[in-house]
Design a protein around this ligand. Structure first.
Ligand SMILES: NC(=O)C1=CN([C@@H]2O[C@H](COP(=O)(O)OP(=O)(O)OC[C@H]3O[C@@H](n4cnc5c(N)ncnc54)[C@H](O)[C@@H]3O)[C@@H](O)[C@H]2O)[C@@H](O)CC1
Ligand SMILES: Nc1ncnc2c1ncn2[C@@H]1O[C@H](COP(=O)(O)OP(=O)(O)O)[C@@H](O)[C@H]1O
Ligand SMILES: [K+]
Length: 487
């Protein structure tokens, strides 16, 4: 954002003009949130975020609102555009001690949080933290300027105190902190407004972090052609666990087929054939025994996408099986037990992944992540996923309510459409199956993983409250139908 601001200013738009537009938008949203007689407290910090607050105060006063401008610090310290905006405000303001803030806020209908935005460079402490705390305890709804104060816009983290907003107004583009937790929850509903920064600045800045929306991958996904054949849509294989743990692989195989793989084979240990056979219809079944059996199966060059891990069991045998899969030319998804089985020697896995041409997608939840990348866990979520992708050579889909998909080339997508109902047994198996199904259709792996996370979330919304993992594959149908209809 700093670069975008600077480039816009360098091409002739004044900084105060950007601030005027930003503050104007904030005032408009504040007016929507509060009756015309409503009293609005505008709590302003020492930088440009506070500057936006001064502009908003002026507009709201002109619109007839009672406004109280409350300052965290002495306005003598204001610099640049914020100092100009303060000078142009023409309204009384007061420096407030934290102990007095409660009284200042009582009786107001809306608080505008203009304490800190993009310039937050350390956790909120002392007076700033006390301000956030008092604002949160006031019970008055909060509109945040840019970000809820205390949220790091680049990471979504809030290491110290943070304001809880119901709504935020941000400028030009949303920031990772609006999508990553806890930032996403603290910022509330986010409106992103145009303040006159031209889109063209993005060519030079080249952002590598994206919201996971269909525009990110829709062009990489092919709808079957009129004369299409099922083999055009790929043949995927999902590896089943032993007799007592076959359900996970079957859930994955069903989702893989639903995601559009032309054919899906469940590779089952001989002992589990009966239980698998009694539950499968469109998914095909094949008995595969040991490493040799896997090698024989993979000799069929029509197979092009593989998934191993769900319910497979944690053991050295599993890591050996993974190694045989990695020797093939198929795209591969490694999930669950296939990840954990490598906890003692992750580097060997990464070396093998980097040595192959076809892509590999790793789908860890936080617990699996720490087993493979213990030294990365202290980083923020985007950095964790990116670091893991760079180290492993794989696309890494780091699960959670704010799933991040990262590529070794530096791209990362943040998924935000997943409802909490997806936190249910087997839901991750379904996700792994969807990725495998999209890889079978020859989607590039980053786009396949991103689309899968989105489909999984959208299916979760479609299935709704009370869903279980079995509901997800059927719920994908209307979601896919809508994607096909949309040009
Ligand atoms: N031209 C521009 O750059 C524009 C900036 N805009 C606004 O400017 C904001 C960014 O402004 P700034 O870069 O001045 O940054 P902020 O206003 O977010 O905060 C920076 C100030 O807060 C202090 N600070 C940071 N973290 C602190 C902490 N934890 N405790 C106490 N003090 C802390 C810094 O030392 C600095 O004085 C954006 O969020 C947006 O609201 C908008 O006006 C649009 C145009
Ligand atoms: N609170 C939540 N909100 C949205 N999605 C969630 C939430 N918790 C988990 N999920 C999603 O549900 C899936 C759970 O996967 P996983 O942890 O592997 O469970 P399982 O092994 O039981 O399938 C992941 O895709 C994850 O991103
Ligand atoms: K703010």
């Amino acid at each position: 954002m700093g670069q975008a601001d600077n480039m816009t200013i360098a091409s002739g738009t004044r900084g105060i003009t950007l601030m005027e537009r930003a503050g104007d938008h904030v005032a408009r949203v504040a007016s929507e949130m509060c009756s015309s007689q409503g009293r609005i407290a505008i709590v302003c910090g020492p930088g440009s975020n506070g500057g936006d607050g001064f502009v908003a105060a002026r507009h709201l006063h002109q619109a007839g609102h009672a406004v109280d401008v409350l300052l965290l610090k002495d306005p003598a310290g204001l610099k640049g555009d914020a100092a100009i905006a303060f000078g142009q405000m023409g309204l009384p303001s007061q420096i407030v001690e934290p102990a007095e803030l409660k009284e200042n806020l009582s009786g107001c209908d809306l608080i505008i949080d203009a304490l800190f935005g993009a310039g937050l460079d350390r956790p909120l402490e002392g007076n700033a933290a006390a301000f956030a705390d008092t604002i949160n305890k006031s019970g008055v709804p909060v509109l945040a300027v840019d970000l809820a104060s205390g949220v790091n816009g680049s990471t979504g983290e809030a290491e110290g105190a943070a304001v809880q907003a119901v709504r935020s107004v941000t400028f030009f583009r949303c920031k990772p902190g609006h999508y990553l937790l806890p930032g996403r929850d603290l910022c509330g509903d986010v409106s992103c407004v145009d303040i006159g920064i031209p889109e063209s600045v993005l060519h030079e800045i080249g952002p590598q972090t994206f919201v996971n929306e269909p525009t990110l991958w829709r062009d990489a996904w092919t709808v079957p052609g009129r004369a299409g054949h099922k083999y055009d849509r790929g043949h995927a294989v999902v590896f089943s666990g032993p007799m007592s743990s076959t359900g996970a692989a079957r859930l994955a195989a069903g989702a893989c087929l639903r995601a559009g793989a032309g054919l899906v084979t469940l590779a089952s240990p001989p002992s589990a054939m009966m239980v698998n056979a009694s539950h499968l219809t469109a998914v095909m079944l094949r008995s595969v025994e040991g490493l040799e059996g896997i090698s024989d199966l993979l000799a069929d060059k029509r197979l092009n996408s593989l998934l191993i891990g769900p319910g497979y069991g944690v053991s050295d045998d599993t890591s050996e099986a993974v190694s045989v899969l990695l020797n093939s030319e198929c795209a591969i998804v490694l999930d669950a037990d296939a990840l954990t089985s490598h906890q003692n020697a992750p580097e060997a896995l990464f070396t093998q992944i980097k040595g192959r041409k076809a892509p590999v997608v790793l789908t860890p939840h936080d617990g699996e992540f720490v087993r493979l990348f213990p030294d990365l866990v202290a980083l923020d979520k985007l950095a964790r996923a990116r670091g893991a992708a760079a180290r492993s050579g794989a696309i890494v889909l780091l699960k959670g309510a704010d799933t991040v998909i990262a590529s070794p080339d530096g791209r990362a997508a943040i998924n935000s459409n997943a409802p909490p109902w997806l936190a249910t047994a087997g839901s991750g198996d379904v996700l792994a199956g969807i990725i495998c199904g999209l890889l079978a259709q020859k989607m590039p792996a980053f786009e396949a993983a991103a689309m899968a996370a989105w489909l999984h979330g959208a299916a979760g919304v479609e299935a709704g409250a009370g869903l279980i993992a079995e509901d997800l594959a059927p719920a994908m149908r209307p979601v896919i139908a809508r994607l096909v209809e949309k040009p």
